[in-house]
Ligand binder design. Structure first.
Ligand code: SF4
Length: 333
C-alpha cells in the first residue's frame, strides 16, 4: 500500500499512539555486551559461521560504571543485548543486572536469545523484567531455511513460557526478507497478535556483510512502515520501538518510524572500542547516539517520557487488553 491510502493508515496509527501515550516517548539505552553467538541466522553478521568477526565479551564492571555514572539523564531503562551466548549471560549479564538493581532505579530489559529456563529465572531474580524474543519470521519453513534459532515452534514456546513466568515480553519480526510476500507479512502480524506480548518491533531486512543474504536488496521501506502502523492499530497499548535500521531502509527513517506508530527510542551506549564488532548488518551501522535520539524526538514535536518502561508495565493491571482490536479490524484499510 502506498499513496493516499498509506497516508491515511499512517495518520490513523499516529493518532492511536498519541491517544494512548500522548507526546511521550520511552527512552532506553542499549548495551551490547557479547557478540559470541552459537546460532547461524542467515540475516545476521554475528552468526557463528562468520569467522572474519573479532569476538568480544565486555567486562561487566566497565558497563556498570558507564551506566551508573555516565548515562544520559533522559534514559529510564536499559536493554542488555548479546548474541546467543550463555557464558556471557552467566559471567557478564547476571552480575551486571545485580549491580544495576543495587545502584540504580533503571528498568532492565534483556535480549539474549533462547536460553535454558533456569537462566531465565536467574535473570529475573537478578532484577530484569522485560525479555525481548523476536520470532523473526512467522513462516515455519522460511524460519528453518534462514537457520533462525531452533524451530519456530520452539521459539514461540519460549515466548509463552516467559510470559507465563511474569516476564513482560516483546517480540519482533523482519520485513523484506528474500522471498517474503505481503501474505507472509500479514501472517507475521497475525502471529504477533496471537502471542502474550507487551510490545513488538518491525525490523527492515538489511543485507548483512559476510552473510548468505549479502547480495539481496534492502527491505521495502513502505512495507516496513505499514507494518509498524498495522501493529499500532492492532494493539494501541503496545510498546513499538523505532529501530536504528529504519535509517538504513529510508532517508530519515527513524523520524518516520516515530511518525507512524513507534513510541520507544533506544540510544546506543555500547563502549566505542567494541561497538564496531557488534555487526548485526554491517560495520557502518547507523548508531543512534544520545544527540541523534533526542533530536529526532524533538523534531517530531515529542518529548522523552519521565516514566520508565518497566515502571509503565508495573503500573498496568495484569493481562491488560484494553484497547485491543481484533486483528481483522485493525488491518482493515
Ligand atoms: S540474530 Fe541473534 S541468534 Fe541469530 S546469529 Fe544474530 S546474534 Fe545470533
Amino acid at each position: 500500500m502506498n499513496g493516499a491510502a498509506q497516508v491515511v493508515l499512517h495518520e490513523r496509527a499516529a493518532a492511536a499512539t498519541r491517544n494512548k501515550f500522548g507526546k511521550k516517548v520511552f527512552v532506553r539505552a542499549v548495551v551490547e555486551v557479547s557478540n559470541f553467538c552459537r546460532e547461524n541466522c542467515h540475516y545476521c553478521g554475528m552468526r557463528r559461521d562468520n569467522r572474519s568477526l573479532a569476538r568480544f565479551r565486555a567486562k561487566y564492571e566497565q558497563i556498570a560504571e558507564l551506566l551508573i555514572h555516565h548515562r544520559p539523564a533522559s534514559v529510564t531503562d536499559v536493554n542488555i543485548q548479546t548474541g546467543e551466548d550463555p557464558v556471557a549471560v552467566r559471567e557478564v549479564v547476571v552480575p551486571l543486572i545485580k549491580t544495576l538493581r543495587r545502584e540504580t532505579s533503571l528498568g532492565i530489559s534483556v535480549c539474549l536469545g533462547t536460553l535454558h529456563p533456569e537462566l531465565y529465572d536467574e535473570l529475573q531474580n537478578a532484577g530484569a523484567s522485560i525479555f525481548i524474543m523476536k520470532f523473526e519470521s512467522g513462516d515455519a519453513t522460511q524460519y528453518e531455511q534462514l537457520e533462525a534459532p531452533g524451530t519456530l515452534a520452539e521459539r514461540l514456546r519460549h515466548i509463552r513460557l516467559l510470559a507465563e513466568n511474569n516476564w513482560n515480553v516483546s517480540s519482533g519480526f523482519i520485513t523484506g526478507l528474500p522471498g517474503q510476500t505481503p501474505r507472509d507479512l500479514l501472517k507475521n502480524l497475525e502471529l504477533a497478535h496471537s502471542l502474550p506480548l507487551h510490545g513488538c518491533s518491525v525490523s527492515p531486512f538489511i543485507p548483512g556483510e559476510s552473510t548468505p543474504l549479502a547480495k539481496n536488496p534492502t527491505a521495502n521501506a513502505d512495507w516496513t512502515f505499514n507494518c509498524v502502523s498495522a501493529l499500532r492499530l492492532m494493539r494501541p497499548d503496545w510498546i513499538i520501538p523505532a529501530v536504528s535500521a529504519f535509517n538504513l531502509a529510508a532517508q530519515d527513517g527513524y523520524r518516520r518510524g516515530l511518525r507512524v506508530g513507534a513510541n520507544l527510542v533506544t540510544m546506543n551506549l555500547t563502549p566505542t572500542d567494541v561497538r564496531g564488532d557488534y555487526v548485526i548488518y554491517k560495520r557502518d551501522r547507523f548508531i543512534m547516539t544520545e544527540e541523534r535520539v533526542l533530536n529526532a524526538i524533538s523534531a517530531e514535536g515529542l518529548a522523552p517520557s519521565t516514566q520508565g518502561l518497566a515502571e509503565f508495565y508495573r503500573s498496568r493491571p495484569a493481562n491488560v487488553v484494553a484497547g485491543e482490536r481484533t486483528f481483522a479490524n485493525a488491518v482493515q484499510m
